[in-house]
Design a protein around this ligand. Structure first.
Ligand code: CA
Length: 217
């Protein structure tokens, strides 16, 4: 999953990026509203963490403009804790609102919920061919046994699981699993797929030549 962080305070921007990358998200960031809006329109993010008090274009305007064309899930992360700010934020199209200072675990849980909801996935785990993809713990189990996956391997599996039954193109996977600074060697995706097949099952992820990958239900 790929997330955009729009935050002008550089320490917090770095911290957010670090927290999200540790969880296996691909993360892009923007230091002002103009850059944030440009990126939000240029890429298909799975979620956006948006500050409100931003240089150039403030967060409210970023959100309002983005909502004319995009339904990307947006979580406002702001020091503004007044009821009127929270209500306005949600009313102009934010999907959630978290007040700074925030708890890391809460931010991550809210993001997971936004991403689940956007994918039309009400449950917090997905059963596929005997495996359980646990979206809350971000892990995969076979019975009671957790299978050791890297953050990227998990992210790839999660994306395919959330879109199970649908062929996902390589381009879409690159867009959602890697950030703008990743030097995406063309075979990287194949390496992750191959590792997942070794660790899970050779048949779980099917290759559709010239189209992409699919996990069948
Ligand atoms: Ca700010």
């Amino acid at each position: 999953m790929r997330v955009l962080v729009v935050e002008d305070e550089s320490d917090l921007r770095r911290l957010l990026t670090e927290i999200l990358e540790e969880e296996g998200y691909a993360v892009d960031s923007a230091a002002d509203g103009e850059d944030g809006l440009a990126k939000a329109r240029a890429w298909t993010y799975d979620a956006i963490v948006l500050d409100l008090m931003l240089p150039k274009i403030d967060g409210w305007d970023v959100l309002e403009t983005l909502r004319e064309t995009h339904r990307t899930p947006v979580l406002i992360l702001s020091a503004r804790d007044a009821l009127s700010d929270r209500v306005l934020g949600l009313d102009i199209g934010a999907d959630d609102y978290l007040v700074k200072p925030f708890e890391r675990l809460e931010l991550l849980a809210r993001l997971r919920a936004l991403i689940r909801r956007a994918a039309g996935q009400p449950q917090t785990s997905i059963e596929i061919q005997g495996f359980t993809v646990d979206l809350s713990d971000r892990c995969v189990r076979l019975g009671d046994e957790a299978i050791n996956l890297t953050a990227r391997e998990y992210a790839l599996l999660e994306y395919l699981a959330l879109h199970r039954g649908k062929v996902v193109s390589r381009t879409e996977l690159y867009d959602h699993l890697f950030d703008e600074t990743d030097s995406s060697l063309s075979n990287l995706l194949d390496v992750h797929v191959s590792n997942l097949r070794k660790k899970l099952s050779p048949d779980l992820i099917e290759t559709r030549r010239g189209q992409g990958y699919v996990i069948c239900e």
